[in-house]
Design a protein. Structure first.
Lengths: 697, 200
């Protein structure tokens, strides 16, 4: 009976190790505190109506940022724990983590950073910026978009669920190689959590990608041909096309792993005729393009930023776009370079080695267009530009390391060494993460209506840059010296410990950088009057998103613009804008269906992890019911009449006028410094304590 | 005059939405096709791994598979006729032809389940060997798609009975028929690669 009701779930599953107890307590406390604050401020209704059920891609974008930012800190803590273990665990010292726990941490670190940080931020950016850049009011299917977001959240919850139930995450590496991930070698629930968190969020990604392809191809403003699209939109389009190409492979592969574990099939097992190397092939057919799915929107961001801050159109728009298309096409035919050592034979390895080296060509084309854009430009070194320059340096180092790894004989030496780990961190941190930071700094005025504090932003950038070099350049060297990846202990005679200590110090500097980024956002909100952007165009931008107010109205554009050139807004700024003729606007209604479906999807996953079959059955029925109710709702839209639009616009204009500053500060040095911020925070805390202000709350 | 203009505006808006949904559904079908591609590739790799057990030639019944194929092909035809009726706004004809499609789909599913239970009765389960794992999962995934197609069809038809053939439901039927033809095409590949090839 108990088995029927609860499956494998019992008292043993509750947390009883220090890290699961600590994790559970902190997550539960976080939820309770958030809930208390919201209740106290009476904001539940606001939260539900204005945010959670919203189908506005701008709000969904912001929610993606919140979730991913939170996960960045969570995954970053994992990284620090790994580095600390490696710095301590030399010779007779075994460090402070057990080997098994260490393996779980690096698995979780990889999954969280790729799926829930990088993917989340990229999807958030695409959500917010793409509709604005192409002159659309919403997405092709607002419902699919909220569904994709909430499935992503369900995946986030699932990946952290092991703290509360089960106490173990997969200890298999982020791709759960077979046959290690089979029932035989990983009997616990860790791999099951891995399967379902990736499966649920992966399906969300596929749906989101379909939606963005529809949006970009079908909803561009009149006159905007493909060859007039902004470069970020191009990068997003390439990325989303790759996502719909490879995410189905992930979905299918995960189902096969699931069948191996639950039904006892023989796809990737060592017994019964299964083929573990087939798993490696399938997962990397998805896994390699996945990296480019993250990278291409970041390329787009850099293209936008470098042209805006050089005050010049991008050098050779055509090469830039062709470069991105070239990367996307080639990225689909290089997956085998992840396992040259499989023994596929010289010819197969040679083919994939050559393809991998060829991919450096379109990538270099991109880098050269950026550098050529800066040439003879009037460059402004605001923080977005700093992130871009940092990216070029790290990306070049990582890229050269990548070309080295593409040579099969070299790869046989460096396979699964720390050299490889340093290489892909250069690409993912230097490329993707710096791209995300660059984008957030660049578009922050669009998101919130205020520019970010430049001064603290510069500190944060330098912490990241120095911390990165301190952690990863020793890692390249260690890899060359023969240190393998996923190493939780090494012999003292190797003499590696100083390098590992250096890496830990670098990691701490990066952590300070993250703290400074949070401080930067806080300082910007404290000085919001100074930093407010009332023009909608704080950087003298070139593309259409800067034609809207900051932050834009929920319908984005009062009047859909007609496009005649690239850099549409730049051209328009030099002509007089026509007076808007207001018209009726159709907007999608809010819906909670995405939330309900995701809750049920989560329960399906949870039910499968713990083998609670009734829960799975009920939840699947739940999903179907919500889909039917939503799918046959014939009125998902409402209309705002022209008169209402006019009223909204005029209210907005009055409000903007009231807060606009008399004179414009262009010198960034007046931004609040770090010490000033600390002083303010300290003063605030003192005030709260001395005057017993908490009683009022 | 104003109302005319507004109606035209609404019709435009709806036509655009239709166009987008159609396109998006095509993209979805392509992603589904890629999932099947993985399963086909897996079958291609594993179909020889019978571990000394019986191969497809001994296990499959060609007449059964051929009957299933013919039923499914016919259902695609009736689905097409149903769609013509739906676009013509003929509610009863639509219900009739989609009803026939539903029954044929159900028959196909019944045959497949019969085949599966027979195999399992004889001790050939998806645990037996890699060949049978890949066979059951490939054909079973198609069967699962047919099941969800039937469910979708049943629900849509209930709505057609209740609401009549409005543009929203005609669009739903159009998507459904695309899905149905898609499954038909996938089945032709399954029939060729799994069943016919076993007897070559």
């Amino acid at each position: 009976m108990k088995e029927l009701l609860l499956g494998k779930l019992d008292g043993n599953a509750l947390p009883h190790e220090w890290f699961t107890i600590a994790g559970s307590i902190s997550f539960i406390l976080l939820v309770i505190i958030t809930a208390l604050i919201i209740t106290r401020l009476k904001r539940w209704k606001w939260l539900w109506n204005d945010w959670l059920t919203s189908v506005d891609p701008k709000k969904i974008g912001i929610m993606y940022f919140f979730v991913s930012g939170f996960m960045l800190i969570r995954g970053g803590l994992d990284a620090i724990m790994l580095w600390l273990q490696q710095a301590l665990s030399s010779g007779s010292s075994q460090g402070y983590l057990s080997a098994d726990h260490y393996q779980q941490i690096f698995t979780a670190h990889g999954n969280i950073m790729v799926f829930f940080v990088a993917m989340g931020f990229i999807f958030g950016l695409i959500n917010y910026i793409v509709p604005l850049q192409i002159g659309a009011r919403d997405l092709a299917s607002p419902f699919l978009n909220t569904l994709g977001f909430w499935l992503f959240v369900a995946g986030v919850v699932m990946v952290n669920m092991f703290f509360l139930f089960g106490g173990e995450y997969a200890a298999t590496g982020w791709l759960a190689v077979a046959p290690l991930s089979g029932k035989e070698f990983s009997p616990g629930v860790g791999v099951d959590y891995w399967i379902w968190s990736l499966q649920i969020s992966g399906i969300g990604t596929t749906l989101g990608a379909i939606n963005f392809i529809m949006t970009i191809l079908k909803m561009r403003a009149p006159g905007m041909t493909l060859w007039k699209m902004p470069m970020f939109t191009w990068g997003s389009l390439c990325s989303m096309i790759m996502a719909v190409t490879v995410f189905p492979l992930l979905t299918a592969t995960l189902f096969l792993v699931f069948f191996d574990r639950y039904l006892g099939t023989h796809f990737f097992t060592t017994l019964g005729g299964g083929d573990p190397m087939m798993y490696t092939n399938l997962i990397w057919m998805w896994g390699h393009p996945e990296v480019y799915i993250l990278m291409l929107p970041a390329f787009g961001v850099f293209s936008e930023v470098v042209s805006t801050f050089s005050r010049k159109a991008i050098a050779s728009y055509t090469s830039n776009v062709l470069g991105m298309i070239g990367v996307s096409v080639l990225a689909l035919s290089v997956w085998l370079h992840h396992f040259f050592t499989m023994g596929a034979g010289a010819n197969v390895n040679a083919f994939f080695g050559v393809m991998t080296m060829i991919i450096a060509i379109p990538t270099s084309v991109l880098v050269f267009t950026w550098i050529a854009t800066m040439y003879k430009g009037r460059i402004r070194f605001d923080t977005p530009m700093l992130w871009f320059l940092g990216f070029v340096v790290i990306f070049a180092i990582g890229g050269i390391a990548g070309v080295m790894l593409a040579v099969p004989p070299v790869d046989f030496q460096l396979h699964n060494s720390l050299f490889l780990v340093a290489h892909f961190h250069s690409m993912v941190i230097g490329g993707v993460l710096f791209g995300i930071f660059c984008a957030i700094t660049y578009w922050f005025p669009k998101f919130t209506g205020l520019k970010l504090n430049e001064r603290i932003g510069r500190y944060a950038f330098w912490c990241w840059m120095i911390g990165f070099c301190m952690s990863f350049i020793p890692m390249y060297i260690l890899g060359m010296l023969g240190a393998t990846r996923r190493l939780d202990h090494y012999d003292a005679s190797t003499g590696w410990q100083p390098f590992f200590v250096l890496m830990l110090i670098g990691g701490i500097i990066i952590a300070i950088g993250v703290a400074l980024q949070l401080a930067q956002i806080l300082a910007s909100f404290i000085q919001k009057n100074r930093l407010r952007d009332t023009t909608g165009d704080p950087w003298n931008g070139r593309t259409l998103e800067w034609a809207t107010a900051s932050p834009p109205q929920f319908y984005n554009f009062t009047v859909i613009p007609h496009i005649t050139t690239r850099d549409a807004f730049w051209e328009k700024k030099h002509h007089k804008l026509p007076k808007p003729a207001y018209e009726d606007i159709h907007m999608p209604k809010n819906t909670a269906a995405g939330i309900y479906i995701s809750i049920f999807a989560f329960l399906v996953g949870f039910g499968f992890v713990w083998e609670i079959i009734w829960l799975v059955a009920v939840s699947i029925i739940g999903i179907i019911v919500v889909f039917v109710v939503r799918g046959f709702n014939e009125h998902p839209e409402y209309t705002i009449t022209a008169a209402e639009v006019q009223q909204l616009e005029e209210t907005r204009a009055r409000k903007d006028l009231a807060v606009s500053r008399p004179e414009k500060h262009d010198d960034t040095d007046e931004d609040m410094g770090l010490w000033q911020l600390i002083g303010i925070v300290f003063g605030f805390a003192k005030d709260v304590i001395r005057n017993k202000r908490w009683r009022k709350w | 005059m104003v109302t005319n203009h507004e109606t035209a505006h609404m019709v435009d808006h709806e036509a655009e939405a239709n166009d987008r949904v159609m396109f998006g559904f095509w993209v979805y079908l392509m992603t589904d096709l890629l999932m099947f591609a993985v399963l086909f590739a897996v079958y291609a790799v594993l179909h020889g791994k019978t571990l000394g057990g019986e191969s497809g030639r001994e296990l499959f019944s060609l007449p059964l598979a051929l009957t299933g194929t013919l039923i499914l092909l016919t259902s695609s035809f009736t689905c097409g006729i149903g769609m013509i009726a739906a676009r013509g706004g003929k509610k009863n004809l639509t219900l009739l032809w989609f009803g026939v499609t539903f029954i044929l789909g159900l028959a196909f599913l019944g045959l497949e389940l019969y085949e599966f239970t027979e195999l399992i009765h004889e001790g050939h389960t998806l645990r037996s060997n890699a060949f049978l794992s890949s066979f059951f999962v490939l054909v079973g995934t198609h069967g699962l798609h047919i099941t969800s197609g039937l469910l979708w069809m049943a629900i849509t038809l209930v709505y057609v009975i209740r609401r009549g053939l409005n543009s929203h439901l005609v669009r739903k039927l159009a998507l459904l028929s695309l899905f149905w033809h898609f499954l038909d095409i996938v089945w032709i590949f399954i029939f060729t690669i799994v069943y016919l090839k076993a007897f070559v």
